[in-house]
Design a protein. Sequence first.
Length: 552
Amino acid sequence: MEELSDIKLEETDLSISIDTLVYGNILNITKDGLWLDIGKKYDAFLPYNELSKELKAKLEKKQEIDSIPVVIKHVNYKDGVITVSNKKAVENKIWEELLWAYENNQPIQGKVINYNGRGFILEINNEVEGFIPAKEIDVPPIKPPKYYINRRIEGKIKRINPEKNQLIISARELLEQKQEEERSNLWEKIKNSQIVRGRIIKVDEDKLTIDLGLGIIGIVEKDEISWFPIKNIRRYYNTGDIIKAKVLSLDENSRTAQLSIKQAQPNPWSLFKEKYPEGSIINAEIIKISGGIVVKVDNLIGYVPMSEISWGRPQDVKNSLKVGDKVKAKVLSVDDLNQKIFLSIKQVEPNPWEVIDQNYKIGEIVSGKVTNITDFRIFIEIKPGLEGLIPRKLISWERISNISDIFKPGDFIEAKIIDIDKENKKLTLSRRDLLKDPWEDIDEKYREGQNIKGRIIEKLKDGYIVELEPGIEGFLPYTQINFEKENEIQEFKENEEVEAKIVKINPRFRRITLSIKALIKEKLDQEMKKYLSEYAPPPLTLGELLKLKNNE
C-alpha cells in the first residue's frame, strides 16, 4: 500500500495512472517487445505477450502500424519504464462494446473455436471468449458439435460480467426471432402468392404434408394431387420430394395452407380444348368397348357414344373393332371442368346421305350385304350409313313367295339403283333389272292360240295366276274355266297343274290371258270334226247337185 501511495504521488507530475488508455508509436522493436512513445516523460514497453492477436498479425506481415492503443499496467520510476498492454486495451474496448450491446439488446458476432461437452466457446474479435450452452447454439434440430466449429455465430448476450470475464450468449434466441420474422414474411408472401414450393415431410393415404419453410405447413388432399385418379399416393411421392403447388386457402391461426399440386399445372382438358377445337380430327387408341367405345388420346380418356360409332349399324362396326385398334375421331365437345371428351368416329366422314348425289346415280350398279329381310323387301348395306331396299317384286322376274328361302342376312347382292329419295333417305334398288327379262323373247316361245300347261300360284277375286315358267305368268279368269256352267267357279289348289289355251298376249302390259273354256271348245270341235269325217255321207259333186235340181 505504501508503494502504491508513493507511485500516485509521483504520478501527479507525470499525469500517469494505472489502467489509463493511451496511444503510442513504435520507437524500437526488440526480442522481448516493443518500445513505444506514449507522449510521457518515460517511454513505454509493450511485451510480446501483451500484444493483441491483430497487432501480432500486422507485425508478422510487416504491415504499416499507426498509433497503438495500450493500457498502462505498471510504472517503474526507478528505471523510468512504463509497462503497457495492447491486449488489455483491445479487450477493454471489446467489453465496452459488449456491454453496450447487452444494454441495448443488440446482437454480437463471434467465431466458435471449441466445444467442451457442455457448450461452445465463442471468440469475439479474436480476444474475448464467451460461452454458448449447447442447447442455445441453434434452433432444433441441433446438429453435431463439429458442424459449428470454426463457424461464425450471431447471438444475444444473456449474462455479462467483465470483471469476472463472464459472458453467456444465446444464438438460439436470435435465430428464433429471425425465424419468426422470416416466417411472418414468408407467410405474407404465401398469402400474396398463387404458386409455392415445398418439401414433402409426410405421405399419408389421403394427403401429403408439405414443409413450406420455417415451420409453415401445407396440406395437399388426395383429390388435389393430380388431374388423373391416383389409387396409391406412395407410388408417386416420397418424403423429401420437392413439389410446386397452388395456394387454395390459408388458416391464419395455425399458419397452415391448403394446397393443390394439380392446379399448379395447366388443366390437361383445357390444353386439349385449345389444341383440338370442336370439329378437329384426332388419332385415338381404343382401350375399352362397352356401351360405346372408350379411347385414349394425348393421355386423356375420350368417349364415343354408340350413336356416334357409325352412320350405319353401330353394332356391326363395334363388332369389327377391338382394344388396341387405332381409329380417327372427330371432337364433338370438351368439358374441361368435368373432365369429359366426347368424340365421333362416324363424323370423320360426311353423312353418306348428304353426299349421295356426288357418289351415286340412278342406273348405277352397286353391291352390298343383306342386313335384314322382311316379307316384302330386302335391305342391303351399300356402305356404313347407306342402306338400300329391294322390293320383293324387284328381286327377280319370277314370283317369290318367301324371300328368306332364297337369301339370308350376310349374303352379298348386286343391284341397280332405280330411285334416290334424298329427303326421305330412301334408296330403291332392283336385282331383277340385272337378270334377263323372260319377256324379251316371248314371241319366240308363246303365241295366241297355243295350248300350254302351268301351275296355279295365286287365287285372285276374278281369276287365277298361272305360272307358265319362271318369270312368265298367265291370268285365267273364272269366266274362262267352266265350259258348260259359266257361273260356277271351279276350284283349283295352289301348285295344281292346269292346261289352258293362250287367248291373248299383251307384251306392253306383260299379260297373257288364258282360257280353259277355249281349250275345251277347241277339243270338242276337233272331236266333232273327227266324228263327221267318219260317219257323215260323202260330199256331192257339182254334176250330182245339178242333176238333183233338174229332177225337181
